[in-house]
Write a protein of this length. Structure first.
Length: 472
């Protein structure tokens, strides 16, 4: 039944294939000859399929596990350098007709404050986000065809792109909304979105149906096949994710990689990003009632293995994770993080009164964007506010080939430095600015092509003079 090129959810995410994969992984978890062969393949940056990667996940032999971590760090340096792209979520509406049992926006929750931003409120929210220094957003909304129809989302995107406050601008809007039709995906593409993000939540069909007992999201196949419709609608950057804690992590990991293999087989391009959210406490949600919570150790191993299995796919960590966990996993392959996030509807422009709570979940990392930016730089990372690729048409397979060719260092690296410079000039505290200026000076030497370096230096001077938005 398993067929990665099929367009039917139950065939490209075959339960039998996952079960057989987990049995194979268990049988081979001490087959060190096979494990070394898989590690050698991964070392050549060839990626791993779900069976190979599942064997590594099952393997607990300390020296080999240590090798997985080292390799993840090396691959990250090779493909992503020391850049970390910054973004913030923007909650548009928490009206929702679904019954997701882990999410406080579920329809039966009668005491959570239901809110939907008006276009005026969006202007206030986005102005506040621009004033922090954000350039890239991920839009979030519940599923509600009456309150949040596609026209509302499109209007919000238009408003967001039109807001130019001081030197600020939102230059890339990613969208995380419920599975929809090809026609609607086409509309999102035409509205100029970057990545379409949709978390699978769980790849285990039976659990999926129990965890989504009511509403349109109950339909496992419609949800699982959404990325194919998105791609048919012209969106070639799609972001996958699993909500870890709902089902057994080994099952989810195999499913996630099978989904990536499916996209590659059918559309010739894998996922642009993978997110790794874990369930958090929320309004009427207690995360401990879900039996499959994973430790920080397993979480780190999953991040490392995603990095070595799909070297060209970006990995996203949100503020669901604490500073300490983020510190641990960033070096294992994370390429994007959010900063100073609010998960309430309207939380950026003014703090929400306690009796009006509309938050989706508690955030663990509550630092300001300035603190996150400084912290990254103190660890030797370059916080990047770059949004150049999709604006230059480098999406889908064009982005992947840039990544594979190694030319990223002549492109993403100077773009990161120039957008960091904008951030330092317009939004940073004095202390952050000092660290950042020294970092840019040092990192200019890591642009391989002399000509590119010269142009970048010239642009940096022009940014000091007040000109904005240079990009390679
Ligand atoms: N409503 C959209 C959908 O149906 O896919 C997506 C937007 S929702 C605001 C974004 C994601 O938040 C969900 O896909 C889910 O994985 C995650 N989420 C929901 N409840 C959560 C919780 N209690 N803790 C952590 N993440 C949660």
């Amino acid at each position: 039944m398993y067929n990665k090129a099929s367009l039917i959810a139950e065939e490209f995410i075959s339960h039998e294939e996952i079960t057989a994969t987990l049995a194979y992984a268990e049988e081979n978890k001490e087959n060190f000859a096979l494990i070394d062969e898989i590690l050698a393949k991964a070392e050549q940056c060839k990626g791993l399929d779900h069976r190979e990667a599942s064997v590594l996940l099952a393997c607990e032999e300390p020296t080999r596990v240590a090798r997985m971590y080292t390799m993840a760090e090396e691959l990250k340096k090779k493909f992503y350098g020391n850049r970390i792209v910054m973004f913030a979520p923007l909650y548009l509406s928490n009206y929702c007709i679904n019954g997701c049992v882990y999410c406080p926006y579920h329809m039966k929750n009668k005491h959570i404050a239901r809110k939907k931003l008006t276009q005026e409120e969006i202007v206030r929210e986005v102005t506040a986000l621009q004033d922090m220094g954000h350039k890239r957003l991920a839009l979030e909304a519940g599923e509600d065809p009456v309150n949040n129809p596609i026209e509302y989302i499109l209007e919000c995107i238009d408003t967001i792109y039109s807001i130019k406050h001081k030197n600020g601008a939102i230059r890339r809007v990613n969208v995380n909304i419920a599975a929809t039709t090809v026609e609607n995906y086409r509309k999102l593409k035409d509205a100029g979105i970057g990545t379409y993000i949709l978390f699978q939540e769980t790849y285990h069909k039976e659990s999926y149906e129990k965890l989504h007992p009511t509403g349109p999201k109950h339909d496992y196949a419609y949800h699982t096949e959404a990325m194919d419709r998105a791609m048919e609608g012209g969106i070639d950057d799609v972001g996958l994710g699993v909500l870890f804690g709902l089902e057994l992590y080994k099952y989810e990991f195999a499913g996630l990689l099978m989904h990536a293999e499916h996209l590659e087989a059918v559309h010739g391009v894998g996922p642009h990003t993978i997110s790794v959210p874990r369930i958090k406490r929320a309004d009427d949600i207690d995360p401990t009632v879900f039996d499959n919570g994973i430790s920080d150790e397993i979480f780190a191993k999953l991040c490392a293995l995603i990095r070595i299995s799909v070297p060209y796919t970006g990995m996203i960590i949100s503020t669901r994770e604490s500073k300490e966990v983020r510190e641990k996993v960033i070096r294992l392959g994370v390429s994007q993080i959010s900063g100073a996030s609010k998960t309430s509807v309207g939380g950026y422009s003014e703090p929400e009164p306690e009796e009006e709570n509309s938050e989706q979940f508690d955030v663990s990392d509550k630092r300001t964007l300035d603190e996150v930016v400084r912290w990254l730089m103190e660890f030797g990372y370059i916080p990047s506010f770059c949004t150049a690729c999709y604006r230059e048409g480098r999406t889908g397979d064009r982005f992947m080939s840039l990544c594979k060719s190694g030319q990223i260092q002549n492109c993403c690296h100077p773009n990161a430095l120039m957008t960091l410079k904008e951030y330092l000039m317009d939004y940073a505290s004095e202390e952050t600015k000092k660290i950042g200026e020294a970092l840019i000076e040092a990192e200019l030497n890591n642009i391989p092509k002399e000509k590119v370096r010269e142009i970048c230096e010239d642009h940096l001077k022009k940014i000091e003079e007040g000109i904005r938005d240079f990009r390679f």
